[in-house]
Ligand binder design. Sequence first.
Ligand SMILES: CC(C)(COP(=O)(O)OP(=O)(O)OC[C@H]1O[C@@H](n2cnc3c(N)ncnc32)[C@H](O)[C@@H]1OP(=O)(O)O)[C@@H](O)C(=O)NCCC(=O)NCCS
Length: 165
Amino acid sequence: MIEGWYIRPFERKDLREVVKVNKSCLPENYPDQFFMGLYHHAPKAFLVGIDDDTVAGYIMCRIERGVSSFGRLPVKKGHIVSIAVKHTHRRKGIGYALIKKGMEAMTEYGVSEYFLEVRKSNEAAIGVYEKLGFSIKRVLKGYYRDGEDAYLMARKGIDEEPIEE
Ligand SMILES: CC(C)(COP(=O)(O)OP(=O)(O)OC[C@H]1O[C@@H](n2cnc3c(N)ncnc32)[C@H](O)[C@@H]1OP(=O)(O)O)[C@@H](O)C(=O)NCCC(=O)NCCS
């Protein structure tokens, strides 16, 4: 246990709680099959943060192939699809730990870099991603359903560029 909370892999029994956290934290919500699909796709990279014996946060990821954000070659990349931590459990390091462990897990699937989309206005998330070495690569105009732009942020693999603690 670290300060009373810890990170562990998602289990099927966590689904209800994860869906609740997602709904309470983000406007991007999904049907159950979407969560389970990502779990079956990359189980090691679907993690939950447990605090006070409840699911306080989650991260889920997808392993994709595409052009590198750091060059022109095709690579295997880790996509952080969704992450959230309940309001009442924020600023304890849970979000940071979920992303760090999520990156470690994606590395086990052979990815050489990671990327994500984040609302331009989402200072908290941009703050935690920058702390973990992500940088803004481009703006995705009107990416969200309500018309807000996203930043595409990316980071090289932790094998090549270890996380600075
Ligand atoms: C983004 C989010 C997951 C961060 O979770 P968290 O557990 O509170 O983050 P941490 O405690 O690990 O914070 C790590 C660092 O990120 C930065 N950070 C976190 N919240 C911040 C905020 N509100 N403002 C500015 N920087 C912030 C800080 O550098 C922080 O380190 P510090 O506490 O030592 O200053 C959480 O705010 C959240 O769930 N937001 C709503 C969902 C969301 O936006 N998801 C991302 C979609 S792309």
